[in-house]
Design a protein around this ligand. Structure first.
Ligand SMILES: Nc1ncnc2c1ncn2[C@@H]1O[C@H](COP(=O)(O)OP(=O)(O)OP(=O)(O)O)[C@@H](O)[C@H]1O
Length: 234
């Protein structure tokens, strides 16, 4: 469904990612793990068209999307739930959800989807008219996820959805990510919480200094010596 071939992104003199090749099959939950600065967020930003490529190509459903504008990439069916949530703080919860569907023209179905989001996240319904900036961190993460889903993506990318959340919220967000996949949306996720991520994923890639240094199924990566030593406490 998604294929990155030898993708590089350059920030000045440094390479944020360096000749990365990876793929995501339809229906999979694929995880990127690695230390801070390894290039995980940059990879997602490149897919979304937010970073120009210094080399390589990205294809989605057989179409080349590298070089396309971010809005065109959303139209192809890719949504991005960025690191740090990035909700629009002055807009209400409802307006944030509308922004998630801003490329859609089917207003009636969009309203239905918003209702479905409110069914899924009763906390957001209770706070529909409240400025998003006043929500707790966990609630903002729910909103960021719901906003991404409002574009009806076929592939959704989550960048560190558990970051900075209390343990009960972390569990909830991970349950939600798995539910999104069960409901038929393909997921590519960056996650610091490697143990939890590897347990729930189909496949994973380990990045170090902008390069993919290991890959395998979740079970293979949980058993991988290098992964265990660096990310799972031996
Ligand atoms: N806008 C930018 N300008 C310059 N350098 C950048 C920029 N964004 C990222 N980098 C650099 O590119 C490299 C990869 O960063 P990236 O944010 O993709 O890592 P990451 O694996 O997502 O780490 P983290 O978990 O800390 O977000 C790092 O060396 C980082 O300093």
């Amino acid at each position: 469904m998604l294929r990155l071939e030898q993708v590089s992104v350059r920030y000045g003199a440094t390479l944020g990612v360096d000749r990365i090749t990876l793929e995501v099959q339809e229906g999979e939950l694929v995880v990127l793990i690695g230390a801070n600065g390894a290039g995980k967020s940059t990879t997602l930003r490149a897919i979304s068209g937010l970073e120009p490529l210094a080399g390589g190509s990205i294809h989605f459903d057989g179409h080349r999307i590298s070089g396309a504008m971010p809005a065109q990439i959303i139209d192809r069916g890719i949504a991005h739930c960025p690191e740090g949530r990035r909700v629009f703080p002055q807009l209400t919860v409802r307006e944030n959800l509308e922004m998630g569907g801003y490329r859609r023209t089917d207003r009636q179905r969009m309203r239905q989807d918003m209702e479905r989001m409110f069914d899924k996240f009763p906390r957001l319904r209770e706070r529909a008219g409240q400025a998003a900036g006043t929500l707790s961190g966990g609630e903002q993460q729910m909103l960021a996820i719901a906003r991404a889903l409002m574009s009806r993506p076929r592939l959704v990318m989550f960048d560190e959805p558990s970051l900075g959340l209390a343990p009960n919220f972390v569990e909830m967000i991970f349950a939600l990510v798995q539910e999104v996949r069960r409901e038929g949306t393909t997921v590519l996720m960056v996650e610091q919480n490697a143990y939890a991520a590897l347990q729930m994923c189909n496949r994973a890639y380990l990045l170090t200094n902008g390069r993919i240094v290991s890959q395998g199924t979740g079970a293979e990566m949980l058993a991988n010596e290098g992964v265990r030593a660096a990310y799972l406490g031996g």
